[in-house]
Design a protein around this ligand. Structure first.
Ligand SMILES: Cc1ncc(COP(=O)(O)O)c(C=O)c1O
Length: 445
């Protein structure tokens, strides 16, 4: 075992003990695939603002920020107060309530494509519902999704070239027959639409595959909008990550592209569970109950925790807080400084790689050429290089080394909140330098 893993084990004995217990009752000891980590993941006990503390008392600058949900950082006062005020009033009325109306009004106010909203409990449910609505509206059974674009874990969006064209475990071949996977290229989309007349919807991750790890080319969303309009195809923009984070109105506001349907989650509910489909009334009205006597069929949609009062209260407070765009600017400025600082360290140490990203995210690629100390536009990097990503052992050891130095990454990168500080930046850059040196010493760079 190398020094990086040894140090991680020594500093995190409490996490190791919990992982041992977890392995007896939870598959692989975790509750989300991305939290799995060898030799064991971190167990957190408490969080506040931009920091969190693990069960061994180590303090971490948190760049996971609730898998992107916490644009305002942990326990932002206005959001926490709204949730605390709601708790004694009840967490489930089994009835409609004012907060869900307010929540939908905020979504409609902020998101350009949102005329009508339906809440779900997660982003996965939101994309599932958007696809069902699109199929109903178009009358066509098939959908087109882009290779490597992530839309949650339900069957229709599980396929990707990662699986070499084979059905992902447990997904029926029959389901996959109604899903076409295309590369992110307009010609390829056109070719599919020329070949198949059963495609009624196209779903796209607004910032590019895996929250912008593989960014879409400049102008692609606008061209896709033009093509889908021309062919009468429902365009679904998945803004589960980018919604309210890239800008109050998401990527669609920044790019001036209005999809037919938008899927939302994460920031939407201010750190509590929640998702939504929003969009054109004409498409969304398939959720509407038909008038008495009509034989029209509606799209069914139950869901015990849809727009539960706690999520709705936190969501309303969060969306009102982020509406003027100031939080997004602060988070993006922090991420830009971080990317530039991390590239500066790579440049100084002569280590091949690049830290890139859009908005308030950063992505680490420790391969390729030695960077200039600059902020990178990922659209200038080759798709193949980005798609290959980091060798898994390098990625694992980077994660462990950074955690031992007080920085918690989210995959090969992370996201900033609006409450990350200059002190956090200094800790992160120091940890980065130390981790890169440690990786080099261990000959994994
Ligand atoms: C773009 C995108 N869509 C959908 C989802 C699924 O959301 P959830 O994890 O809330 O089910 C995610 C989750 O990270 C996502 O990044």
């Amino acid at each position: 075992m190398g020094a990086i893993e040894q140090e991680y084990i020594e500093k995190h004995a409490g996490s190791a003990r919990l992982y041992e217990r977890a392995g007896k009752v939870l598959p692989s000891g975790v509750t989300h695939d991305s939290r799995f980590m060898r030799p064991f993941p971190l167990y957190a006990r408490r969080a506040a603002g931009s920091r969190k503390w693990d069960v061994d008392g180590n303090e971490h600058v948190d760049y996971v920020v609730g898998h992107g949900a916490l644009l305002l950082g942990h326990s932002f006062p206005g959001v926490t107060e709204a949730a605390m005020a709601q708790l004694p009033l009840g967490t489930h009325y089994g009835a409609s309530q004012e907060k869900e109306v307010e929540w939908a009004e905020e979504v409609v106010r902020l998101v350009p494509s949102a005329e009508v909203v339906r809440f779900t409990s997660s982003g996965t449910e939101a994309t599932l519902m958007a696809l069902r609505l699109a199929r109903t509206y178009s009358g066509k059974p098939a959908i087109l999704k882009f290779d490597r674009h992530f839309h949650g874990w339900h069957d229709y969006v599980a396929a990707s070239s990662k699986y070499g064209g084979v059905a992902p475990a447990g997904v029926p071949q029959g389901t996959l027959e109604s899903v076409v996977i295309a590369p992110v290229a307009l010609d390829a989309v056109r070719e599919v639409l020329d070949r198949r007349d059963d495609v009624g919807a196209i779903i796209v991750e607004a910032a590019g595959a895996s929250s912008g790890t593989l960014p879409v080319p400049r102008g692609f969303l606008r061209e896709l909008r033009a093509l889908t309009t021309e062919r009468g195809i429902v365009m679904i923009m998945d803004e589960v990550v980018t919604g309210f984070r890239w800008a109050p109105g998401g990527v669609q506001e920044l790019e001036g592209v209005t999809p037919d349907l938008t899927t939302l989650a994460k920031v939407l509910a201010g750190g509590l569970p929640g998702g939504a489909v929003a969009g054109k009334r004409e498409v969304m009205e398939h959720l509407q109950f038909p008038p008495p006597g009509s034989k029209a069929e509606k799209v069914g949609h139950p869901g015990t925790f849809n727009a539960n009062p706690l999520s709705a209260a936190a969501g309303v407070a969060c969306l009102r807080e982020i509406a003027d765009g100031e939080h997004q600017k602060r988070a993006s400025a922090h991420a830009a400084q971080l990317r530039a600082g991390m590239n500066g360290v790579l440049c100084e140490l002569g280590v091949p790689g690049v830290v890139y990203g859009q908005s308030s995210e950063f992505r680490i690629l420790l391969t390729g050429t030695v960077p200039e100390a600059a902020d990178y536009d990922p659209r200038n990097l080759s798709w193949d290089l980005l798609a290959a990503g980091n060798p898994s052992e390098r990625s694992r050891l980077l994660h462990l080394a950074m955690a031992s130095r007080g920085v918690h990454l989210f995959g090969d990168g992370g996201m900033a909140s609006s409450v990350h500080t200059d002190e956090d930046l200094a800790v992160a850059l120091e940890a980065w330098r130390g981790s890169i040196v440690a990786l080099r010493d261990e000959a994994v760079l």
